[in-house]
Write a protein that binds this ligand. Structure first.
Ligand code: MG
Ligand code: MG
Length: 273
């Protein structure tokens, strides 16, 4: 079974459409295309903001999905994940030891203290924004808060590493260093990815790496950076529904993601409300 988000390391064959190619099938976006992706990213972020407001005890993961789909469709977009390799929903909703790709359902009721990962894709005018966040029901506290803070810091470090003259490995390494400094598990079975007209394009953006390696960070490169950290080991297992991925040891997981464009002035986060 293939997955809607968090690109599995491996061959994503993206079609080149007359754009400059810097390596393999990596396509660079023009300034105008990045404008279009910013609009898609904004819609994605607006859906996530609405979902964040609805994360309360008693809400179901299907309630959250319904809210996200309404925001996206009201904004003239389409839920990217719905139908992607058969995925049935607008959001991936993953609770506690689940890391990514959980399926929203009326049977999952949020309880105080649950750690909820929300991943959303919005397609607008053919362009895609992909972003995710983690929240704890009732407010972040204790070890879950530390894990969430570390994961969000990993994302921030990855974005900050997108400097002119740099390489993709700088991004991966920056995420990894934050994970190691915080002594969390760094999930490597799933990773970030290029994004554009397709949800998963080349290159893969691993959450571990070596500075100075990989493709150069040139203007027009657009990637989804998405660290997944755990309070235990990083080994994962796929559940019987064929989608939900959880930690093998049952430890708590967090996930944050932004779609980020490399511009002549440095990184620009496209998935902001
Ligand atoms: Mg995502
Ligand atoms: Mg993604």
């Amino acid at each position: 079974m293939r997955h809607p988000t968090a690109g599995i390391p491996g061959p994503y064959t993206s079609r080149t459409v007359g754009k400059a190619i810097i390596s393999g099938n990596v396509t660079l976006k023009t300034a105008g295309e990045i404008d279009a992706m910013r609009a898609a990213g904004r819609l994605c972020a607006q859906a996530l903001a609405a979902v964040a407001n609805a994360i309360k005890p008693g809400a179901t993961t299907l309630d959250l999905d319904t809210i996200a789909e309404a925001v996206i469709r009201d904004g003239g977009g389409e839920p990217t994940f719905k139908g992607y390799f058969g995925f049935p929903a607008t959001l991936c909703t993953s609770l506690n030891e689940e890391i990514v790709h959980g399926i929203p359902t009326a049977k999952r009721v949020l309880r105080l203290g649950d750690v909820v990962k929300i991943d959303c894709g919005a397609t607008l005018d053919g362009w895609i924004g992909d972003a995710a966040f983690t929240a704890q029901v009732g407010g972040a506290t204790g070890k879950p808060k530390k894990l969430m803070d570390a994961t969000e810091a990993g994302l921030a470090a990855g974005i900050e590493a997108m400097r002119a003259g740099g390489f993709l490995g700088d991004v991966s390494s920056a995420v990894e260093v934050v994970g190691r400094t915080n002594k969390v598990g760094i999930v490597t079975r799933y990773c970030g990815h290029g994004v554009g007209r397709r949800l998963h394009e080349e290159p893969s953006v691993p959450n571990v790496g070596t500075p100075g390696t990989g493709i150069p960070l040139v203007p027009g490169l657009v990637i989804a950076i998405e660290p997944m950290f755990t309070l235990g080991r990083a080994d994962t297992v796929e559940m019987k529904d064929g989608w939900t991925v959880k930690t093998r040891d049952g430890s708590l997981a967090a996930h944050f993601e932004h779609t980020v464009a490399m511009t002549p002035d440095g990184p620009e986060i496209l998935t902001l409300p």
